[in-house]
Design a protein around this ligand. Structure first.
Ligand code: SF4
Length: 200
């Protein structure tokens, strides 16, 4: 047990609306030393029910594409900007994003990934702190300071975008290929368990 025991939140009531709408806090999953960190917006219904990010249809798209580029879910870390499901799947508010930001920053700091891949508009704009046309900018790599540390961020569309717009499949696939390349990952790394994230 060391500093990596701080990757998960077990109790938090900072966002009253989300405390009411969640059935559980959904923490990140994947190895604590993963080279690639995927960041989504927040849990949906399936994630809230199963307690894991990116399950259901979006999760299947992500899993399939990870396999194609030589990775799989057990070799990467996947987390969200907010860890509790917003009511009726609305976007998290600015306050909710800010409330949860410290947990995300702590996860990034402890993981120290080679590349952070943002899945969709909300996490991309949240971490880059600017407006982003995600479908146009997907595949771009930017350097950004997160909690004072320079990080490499790769913009990617949300996996669900490929379900509604087939033209996004290639964009999504290329971005994941680029992520694997940036991390120099060969897909052979093994998973380890997840641990606790307390206050920050
Ligand atoms: S979204 Fe984050 S900050 Fe808000 S209640 Fe859930 S864990 Fe706490």
């Amino acid at each position: 047990m060391g500093e990596m025991e701080d990757l998960c939140v077990s109790e938090c009531t900072r966002c009253p609306a989300l405390v009411d709408s969640r059935s559980q806090i959904v923490n990140g999953t994947g190895p604590e030393d993963a080279d690639i960190l995927f960041v989504g917006e927040g849990p949906g219904a399936q994630e809230d029910s199963q307690g894991e990010p990116f399950v259901g249809r979006s999760g299947s798209v992500l899993d399939d594409q990870l396999r194609i580029v030589g990775l799989d879910r057990d070799t990467v870390r996947i987390t969200n900007c907010v860890r509790c499901r917003p009511p009726e799947n609305r976007d998290p508010t600015a306050d909710e994003l800010e409330n949860c930001r410290g947990y995300l920053e702590q996860e990034i700091e402890l993981l120290d990934p080679d590349v952070i891949v943002t899945l969709g508009k909300v996490p991309t704009e949240h971490l880059l702190d600017r407006d982003v046309a995600v479908t146009k900018e997907a595949g771009s790599v930017e350097d950004v300071r997160i909690n004072g540390t320079p990080r490499r961020l790769l913009i990617c569309v949300h996996p669900a975008a490929t379900l509604y717009d087939r033209s996004q499949e290639e964009t999504f696939a290329s971005a994941l290929e680029r992520a694997a390349e940036l991390a120099g990952v060969d897909g052979s790394e093994n998973a380890s368990g997840q641990t606790r994230l307390d206050g920050f």
